[in-house]
Design a protein around this ligand. Sequence first.
Ligand SMILES: CC(=O)N[C@H]1[C@@H](OP(=O)(O)O)O[C@H](CO)[C@@H](O)[C@@H]1O
Length: 505
Amino acid sequence: MMAAEAGVRGKLREAGQEQLLRFWDELSPAEREALLVELRPLEPGELKEHCQRAERAYSGESGAPQRLDSNMSPLHPQLLGSTKHSPPGQLNAWEEEGFLQISQNKVAVLLLAGGQGTRLGVSYPKGMYRVGLPSGKTLYQLQAERIRRVQQLASEKHATECTVPWYIMTSEFTLSPTQKFFKEHNYFGLARSDVIMFEQRMIPAVGFDGKAILERKNKVAMAPDGNGGLYRALSDNQILEDMERRGVSYIHVYCVDNILVKMADPVFIGFCVSKGADCGAKVVEKAYPAEPVGVVCQVDGVFQVVEYSEISPETVEKRNPDGSLTYNAGNICNHFFTLEFLQKMSRSLEPLLGYHMAVKKVPYVDEEGNLVKPSRPNGIKMEKFVFDVFQFAKNFVAFEVLREEEFSPLKNADTADKDTPTTARRALLWQHYRWARKAGARFINVNDSREAEQSSCSESEDPPAVCEVSPLVSYFGEGLESHLQHKDISSPFILDRHKAKEADV
Ligand SMILES: CC(=O)N[C@H]1[C@@H](OP(=O)(O)O)O[C@H](CO)[C@@H](O)[C@@H]1O
């Protein structure tokens, strides 16, 4: 242990971070070992640079992204594919192309699930959250079932047996509960070998004085390196090699919290592939100017997302002569990448991605060894952002989708007005109600006078009838006529596979 201590102490001295050992003498052998395990992998040069970068970013010297507003320009509408504006024939052709690629095992999905869910206020991974659907399903289960359905649709269309592997990036916070959860639920019917979990790196939170923070006497305050930690995690865990082995060429990357996410969406995949894109993003029209979503735009002619935390209120409010918002292309954290592009990023360009600073309340131990929960921000967390790679794309494309069909994120607890369990649940139930009505279902004892297509009410009130469709039965509303047409249905109604079979006879 002494040699190990000397080694680590030497490294920390080199990094200017020896304060991390200041309680060493008070620690038990087991506590010392735990601290050494945490400190050993920290490379002195990197640690020093990280702490200095954080301090500089905080003091405004450099490192923090400059305000980009004056160099921004909106996406040109011609650049967009759109579920609203592109002709139906074109959308069908993209969908066909997407299904073809999926059927040839060329498409994978990759979930970003390393976040801590602080705003939602849960101590477990967000994907394990139940928003209160009649079925009681969690976000993870909905997603797993959508993968199963899209595999089935592609397989049927092309008379093959295809697989969409699911890569899940977790962090120290989410890996073991996520693993356990999937195991307990038997991978929701997916093949165990097609669900690949890996972990992103954690990096120390830094005080305003440039010193890494101790969270306990023998524990450094660590935080995941942001969703842009993806590129490093891909190489650290040989994930791209795994994709290559499987013959994957296209990857759909998405965030865990959007209850309406269309995994491996054939239309989006087909659009990107048809355009020969190496990198793509799905966008929605912003709901209101200050909505906390990044905007996809160009900065000095280069495609980029300007994050909501880094854009000025004036730019956010800017409007076109017709009254629409100038920066209206909201990022919904659904990205398309070719394997080749990810290889280029992970193997060589990743170090060029900048860090973004977040000033946070970080629990710490004071000089006397007391645990303190600060009431004001005291620490700097440095994060990379997944979309910062757009600048390296040779052919970037954006695809606009309808919010009510594809975006309702779960960010906050129900005490907030927006992006809560309630708004997420309603968004899904409205969508399924619309599908059911379109398929010809009749809801008994329900005042159906409200227009089902009216999307404005989709998050502020419940739909007239509760109808939940299992993703195993329908992925985007397809195939429901045979189960629902001219059927009298009483609310609440869950259309699962079992009921679907019954309804067919
Ligand atoms: C770094 C990053 O990916 N930020 C994304 C992400 O925001 P979070 O607030 O970090 O969850 O999801 C938003 C959509 O829900 C998207 O608009 C935003 O740009």
